[in-house]
Design a protein around this ligand. Structure first.
Ligand code: ADP
Ligand code: MG
Length: 327
């Protein structure tokens, strides 16, 4: 009887997989472009799943946005140096994982960098370099060890006035992971959640082949490093070629070194492969700050994490298990 049921199930599955197609939508969420692809039996079903993913990403944005004054994150920031704030378990968990990544990267990734986004703005509104005094003051306010979590009472306290947290370097990855997880729970067999280059895939294309990702060379956008198969995993690229300001001919990118208060220099792009987009996203930012040598060393010590770095001279570096064909 069991054998019979088993065979029946297999036949049923292969029938379903033949009838599947990929449905795709581009949309604007979390202030960024999202490209959502799901594999489902019909386009109508695919579109319904994409709606579900969008609702999930919107829900996360409402929780973690540091510019939406009604978010719990803004509540934490408003009460910096004043009092602990009770938040959802989901948010405290995200903060806890963020702090763990700070420890792993010697503070190169730090959600409390956000006090610095008061002086470095990449929306076109900056007219001059911040003064050394302003930079110094922002560095003093940053520091993940000053984010005080109380898991029992579920509160978060930023212990100094003027402190601020922001999820700019991890939030899109987290959202891509959560949208993927939700769709998997709903039985969606395959898809790609691409949050402006923070990609998370699962399953295979309707024709049974692996999803392929093109890794672009920032020195030459028409020329991809290669097209790589992506199995059940995430790939994230951080680059300073999109958001930056320029003063006296020097380009300052949007990833800030929390220790110096100045934008990280020396690297123009970091691509990280990992099991989750959240981890990949945070590590991409961290490697930018750590620099090529320390960054590669750190990545080579982590299981199931790989990276490709392009430095300011256009030189390409890869972690232990990756080889690419430079064109
Ligand atoms: P992208 O937005 O291009 O995907 P990242 O994932 O690297 O790039 O995130 C960069 C954003 O992260 C910045 O715009 C800022 O909001 C935030 N950020 C900048 N420096 C740091 C840092 N050292 N640690 C954590 N977050 C940072
Ligand atoms: Mg990042």
């Amino acid at each position: 009887m069991k054998a019979f049921v088993f065979i029946f199930l297999l036949v049923g599955l292969s029938f379903v997989s033949q009838a599947q197609l990929a449905t795709y939508r581009t949309t604007l969420l979390m202030g960024s472009r999202f490209d959502l692809t799901v594999v489902a039996a019909t386009e109508a079903e695919g579109n319904a799943y994409i709606d579900t993913a969008m609702a999930e990403i919107t829900r996360i944005e409402k929780l973690i946005s540091d510019w939406d004054p009604t978010s719990q994150t803004s509540g934490i920031n408003r009460n910096a140096g004043i009092r602990p704030v009770k938040v959802d378990k989901e948010l405290i968990d995200l903060i806890q994982r963020s702090i763990a990544i700070s420890k792993l990267t010697d503070g190169a990734f730090d959600i409390s960098y956000a006090s610095m986004d008061k002086i470095w703005k990449f929306d076109g509104s900056m007219t001059a370099m911040p003064s050394p005094e302003e930079i110094q003051a922002s560095v003093e306010r940053a520091g993940y060890e000053k984010i005080i979590l109380d898991l029992d009472s579920q509160t978060v306290f930023l212990s100094e006035k003027g402190m601020k947290i922001g999820f700019g370097a991890i939030g899109k990855g987290y959202a891509a992971d959560k949208a993927k997880q939700l769709l998997m729970e709903k039985g969606v067999v395959a898809g790609i959640m691409n949050a402006s280059g923070d990609m998370n895939t699962w399953g295979k294309q309707p024709d049974g082949t692996d999803w392929m990702v093109a890794i672009t060379n920032p020195m030459n956008k028409d020329n991809a490093f290669g097209i790589l198969p992506l199995k059940q995993g995430a790939v994230v690229t951080s680059g300073d070629y999109e958001k930056f300001v320029e003063f006296n001919g020097v380009r300052y990118g949007h990833i800030i070194n929390p220790k110096t208060g100045y934008p990280a220099t020396g690297i123009i792009s970091v691509t990280i492969f990992a099991v989750s987009a959240e981890l990949a996203d945070a590590l991409a930012t961290a490697v930018f700050v750590l620099g090529t040598e320390v960054g590669l060393d750190r990545i080579n010590q982590l299981p199931d994490v790989e990276c490709i770095i392009v430095d300011a001279q256009g030189k390409i570096y890869t972690s232990k298990h990756i080889t690419i064909n430079e064109k």
